[in-house]
Write a new protein. Structure first.
Length: 191
């Protein structure tokens, strides 16, 4: 094969690979997405972190800037459990965020940051193992600043996965501040 033919084949191959990479990271303006996530919800001063799961969706105004809404809930987990008493909790988060995505050049990877406002609510049940008259339910909630940082991967031009560290609003619990954070793994579809 002549050098010119080899150079032409290499140029065509390089163009196809580059276009494929660009298609994989393409997340253009005017694009909506929706997905589901699972993870771990971690409030301060509890024995066990709760398993979290939820849904999220958003809209990209530009390839980098967008808006995202989220609903996250948890299963029951132990706040504490000893010989005399125990307390279980579960949580819910409703959030609305502004997002910024940075696509790493010539890869399907991207970094994502989000910042916004969310309502965080924790419900619980206290049980005295010796005196049932002291058993009670409690609920605390607050609205405030929330956000997260993560990394994502475009599996195809219309499907992505994301791993994120999230922080949620501080909840005032009888004069004490209760901070919560979590990690999530999500998958979404772009349409």
């Amino acid at each position: 094969m002549k050098n010119l033919q080899k150079a032409l084949i290499a140029a065509i191959f390089g163009s196809v690979v580059t276009m494929s990479a660009q298609a994989a990271i393409s997340f253009g303006a005017g694009q909506s997405y929706a997905g589901a996530k699972i993870g771990q919800y971690s409030p301060d001063d509890v024995d066990d972190d709760a398993v979290s799961y939820g849904v999220y969706g958003g809209y990209k105004f530009t390839p980098n800037l967008g808006v995202e809404a989220e609903y996250l809930t948890t299963g029951d987990a132990d706040a504490f459990n000893d010989s005399f008493e125990k307390s279980e909790y579960n949580a819910e988060v409703y959030g609305l965020y502004g997002t910024y995505d940075y696509a790493f050049p010539n890869t399907a990877l991207y970094a994502k940051g989000r910042l916004g406002i969310a309502k965080s609510k924790i419900d619980g049940d206290y049980t005295n193992k010796f005196d049932a008259s002291e058993n009670e339910s409690y609920s605390y909630s607050d609205t405030g600043l929330a956000g997260g940082l993560g990394i994502g991967y475009n599996i195809t031009p219309v499907a992505s996965i994301e791993a994120m560290y999230n922080f949620y609003p501080t909840i005032e619990d009888e004069g004490d501040d209760l901070d919560s954070n979590g990690i999530t793994l999500g998958a979404h579809y772009k349409f």
